[in-house]
Ligand binder design. Structure first.
Ligand SMILES: [Zn+2]
Length: 170
């Protein structure tokens, strides 16, 4: 990462965008498609190539939710993940992946349960967690990890002093 410049991959057309860190919160539109670089919600990713591009080219960590339609916990966490978007962007890129549609990809990433959240930065897996969780649990798990990548604490404190129970690790 160049000092003061952050590479962001467009969630619409996957073009690399380099923007000054100071403008991250008010990111200009994509240089290629003019779409919003941050929409406050997860971007659906439906193929492995796109996923890899985001993970390799993004200077911000990628938080990926792997879900399956038959998993009721998946559906609940998908809703929570949507709510987490405005809290975690622009310090992370949130993407959601229908794992059932991509069996080879899921095997490569060793996702064995749904839902699974995977946090990656420059292709390195930082953390993963599986199972049901509410918004406070998701933010208390992901927030410090994402803040650690940013090297400071970019996130507002959504939970106050209350520490919810940890979701199941897996
Ligand atoms: Zn674009």
């Amino acid at each position: 990462m160049l000092e003061g410049v952050v590479q962001i991959v467009c969630p619409h057309c996957d073009r690399d965008n380099r923007i000054p860190r100071a403008l991250l919160r008010q990111a200009p539109p994509c240089v290629a498609c003019r779409g919003e670089l941050f929409q406050g919600r997860p971007a659906p990713i439906e193929d492995e190539r796109r996923f890899d591009k985001h993970v390799r080219h993004s200077d911000i960590p990628v938080l990926a939710l792997f879900h399956a339609a038959w998993s009721s916990d998946s559906n609940a966490v998908r809703a929570v993940f949507e709510q987490a978007g405005p809290r975690l962007e622009p310090y992370a890129r949130l993407v959601s992946v229908d794992g059932a549609a991509l069996p080879d990809f899921i095997e490569r990433l060793k996702v064995v349960r749904y839902p699974t959240l995977l946090l990656l930065h420059h292709e390195r897996e930082l953390a993963r967690v599986s199972g049901a969780m509410n918004l406070a649990q998701l933010l208390s798990w992901a927030g410090p990890l994402i803040a650690g990548v940013a090297g400071r604490s970019p996130l507002p404190s959504p939970m106050g002093h209350h520490r919810p129970g940890s979701p199941r690790r897996g």
